[in-house]
Design a protein around this ligand. Structure first.
Ligand code: HPA
Length: 271
């Protein structure tokens, strides 16, 4: 067995011992959106720091938790928080939770994030269905020897975000009267926010939103054969489109729309 295979064997054995059973959906809950995990029923919560082979978080205080249980009648394994490339973790460490979700039997993941709006029709507080991405991080989690047991050397990214899930999310958003934008997410490494020139470039390149996560996770999901639903919370207009950017604004906006966000995800899972 490969190194990665052995690591996953250890981590899955640990989770099973903790009572984690079958998984339908993996959830990755981005900045300010982690509260959804509090609604998981019959929850088993495990700190990231306890999980074998998880990255050691650089965030002081609240590192994040894995939460297993039932949400909208589905068995979910939720990441309340995630690992970021800008923390200094390798892309393999950042995406290990996605490998774990696949190893636990998930057929799909839901990835969420806070993002800056690049599309001029967006306003802060909009939710955006991610239909595709541009990996602009300058790295890729699949660089290195390919583990054939995990997936192919050259994965197809034509349908990395699952078209069948677009229809469900759009239908649910309509029923709930939640304005759901859609578009392309461009992933930067961070931790700086982009410059106004970079945002103009991103727009020309076809981006509708920018952020510092998600693309590496979705690459590994595609490699693993997982279906993907991606939702961004547009927390601000990107650099150059408003006077300045700060993290406080990102937090404030997610606070404002998190109820809508939670309802959208729950109802989409149910369907
Ligand atoms: N840029 C990058 N990441 C972000 C932004 C942004 O404007 N807003 C929230 N996350």
């Amino acid at each position: 067995m490969t190194k990665l295979g052995e690591m996953l064997k250890e981590t899955t054995a640990f989770l099973k011992e903790k009572g984690v059973g079958e998984v339908d959906f993996g959830l990755i809950l981005g900045s300010g959106l982690g509260e959804l995990a509090d609604e998981v029923e019959n929850a088993i919560a495990i700190s990231f720091s306890e999980v074998p082979h998880f990255a050691v978080s650089t965030v002081v205080g609240h590192a994040g938790k894995l939460v297993y249980g039932t949400l909208s009648g589905k068995k979910v394994l939720a990441m309340q928080g995630r690992f970021h490339y800008y923390e200094g973790h390798s892309m393999q460490k950042v995406t290990y939770p996605v490998r774990l979700m696949a190893a636990m039997g998930a057929h799909s993941i839901v990835v969420t994030n806070a993002a800056g709006g690049v599309n001029e029709n967006f306003t802060p507080g909009n939710l955006m269905l991610i239909t595709d991405h541009i990996n602009f991080t300058g790295d890729n989690p699949l660089i290195g020897e390919n583990d054939e047991a995990m997936g192919p050397r050259f994965p197809d990214m034509s349908h990395a975000y699952t078209p069948a899930y677009f229809e469900i999310a759009k239908k649910v958003a309509k029923e709930q009267n939640v304005p759901l934008q859609e578009g392309v997410y461009m992933g930067y490494s961070g931790p700086t926010y982009e410059t106004p020139a970079e945002i103009r470039m991103s727009r020309v390149m076809g981006a509708d939103a920018v952020g510092m996560s998600t693309v590496s996770e979705v690459i590994v999901a595609a490699h693993s054969g997982l279906k993907v639903l991606g939702i961004s919370c547009i927390t601000n207009l990107a650099a150059g489109m408003q006077s300045s950017l700060n993290h406080a604004e990102v937090v404030e906006t997610t606070e404002r729309v998190k109820a809508q966000f939670k309802e959208l995800i729950k109802a989409t899972l149910a369907e």
